[in-house]
Design a protein around this ligand. Structure first.
Ligand code: HEM
Ligand SMILES: N[C@@H](CC(=O)c1ccccc1NC=O)C(=O)O
Length: 344
């Protein structure tokens, strides 16, 4: 077949530089006011939005992989999700450190144009909210739901609502954990109170590892891993997903658990880096506007702190570390399971 002629690709056309390099229109210039740092302010935000776009691209690929009804152990898929989430982490690191450039704008420089921005604010960053929703932040969990509805135009509300209505990475990872083989079919994995099943043995060793002041952990352990009927309704991960996740964390040295462990670890890293971004943003906000209210109408730093504290998505996974035991105390795995967790 004859090869189709393609027009030569030209750098600035390929990258559509006409559009992006002509997309900075400082409000101060329109008003004939001198505000030399508004260009930096715009470019920093645009850079963030481009990175947010890339993050959303990666997250939606990850989500597509997890949407499959089953992901066989020897498929390339889990590695692919880890690789992409790892890229998201590297991008978030840049997003965090980019705050250093923003902070070269002093409070006085900002006041040159701050009033011209009202009532706009980063609060209206739809892509940021879509990242949160794609990871698994639910509407109910959002701090300041009122602002969420009042500050966005109807079109943007639709976009976020759509992202919220899709199955999030949290929901899909929960399903994936629930399907995990190895720890399900055999009666050995069912709690039966006779001290011979895995979770009964684990319970005993865990109990003995707790100090007196930690005894509340034991009832949490029972609720989360042993007595499914007491499982707290508000939790996003199910009891079975919890057991699988703890199992992965405990026995991650076995070959077939390497990647599942990396996956859980990378999800926690995403959560941590999102929080680091939020805290860098808060510090910058305090340094720049002190205790003034935000242009978006919120209480400013106070609102941001409450959002930062309550917007962790994978908090339940992070908390599982309270239930880990040192390797030398772990129940030995049945031969059959050790084999299943090996490369051949
Ligand atoms: C001088 C620089 C900045 C200041 C003083 C500032 C201040 C604020 C304030 C006060 C809020 C709360 C909403 C309001 O009432 O206005 C907010 C929210 C937000 N800002 Fe900024 N901001 C700055 C730079 C940035 C940058 C560079 C980004 C990057 C995209 C950004 C993204 C956001 C986001 C995503 C929110 C919503 C956070 C949430 O709801 O958890 N901001 N900002
Ligand atoms: N909310 C900021 C203003 C601000 O930072 C901002 C304004 C318009 C568009 C994006 C912004 N960036 C992040 O919040 C303030 O209260 O000063």
């Amino acid at each position: 077949m004859e090869k189709k002629e393609r027009a030569p690709v030209y750098y600035s056309e390929y990258l559509q530089l006409q559009k992006i390099l002509n997309a900075q229109e400082p409000e101060s210039a329109k008003e004939g006011i001198r505000a030399d740092d508004e260009m930096l302010f715009i470019i920093i935000h645009q850079t963030y939005e481009l990175w947010f776009k890339q993050i959303l691209h990666e997250l939606s690929l990850v989500r597509d992989i997890f949407k499959q009804p089953s992901i066989p152990n020897n498929a390339p898929d889990i590695y692919n999700t880890v690789h992409r989430l790892n890229r998201v982490c590297r991008i978030l690191e840049i997003a965090v450190s980019q705050m250093n450039v923003m902070e070269t704008m002093t409070p006085l420089d900002f006041l040159d144009f701050r009033d011209l921005l009202r009532p706009a604010s980063g609060f209206q960053s739809i892509q940021f909210k879509m990242i949160e929703a794609t990871l698994g932040l639910s509407y109910d969990q959002r701090h300041g739901k009122g602002y969420y509805l009042s500050q966005l135009n109807p079109y943007d509300i639709e976009l976020v609502k759509k992202a919220e209505s899709e199955q999030s990475i949290l929901v899909l990872v929960n399903q994936w954990l629930e399907r995990m083989p190895y720890v399900q079919d055999d009666p050995y994995w069912k709690h039966n109170g006779d001290n011979n099943s895995f979770w009964d043995k684990y319970y005993e060793v865990y109990k003995n590892s707790l100090s007196e002041v930690e005894m509340a952990n034991l009832s949490a352990f029972e609720k989360l891993f042993i007595n499914d009927k007491d499982y707290p309704a508000e939790r996003r991960f199910s009891a079975q997903a919890n057991r699988s996740a703890l199992f992965i964390m405990l026995y991650r040295d076995h070959p077939l658990l390497h990647l599942p462990y990396e996956l859980l670890n990378t999800l926690l890293e995403v959560d941590e880096l999102m929080a680091m971004w939020r805290y860098r943003h808060i510090h910058m906000v305090q340094r720049t506007i002190g205790k003034r209210v935000g242009t978006g109408g919120s209480t400013g730093a106070e609102y941001l702190r409450a959002a930062a504290d309550s917007h962790y998505v994978f908090k339940e996974l992070a908390e599982l570390t309270s239930f880990l035991l040192p390797r030398n105390l772990l129940p030995a795995l049945p031969e059959k399971v050790i084999k299943e967790l090996s490369y051949n």
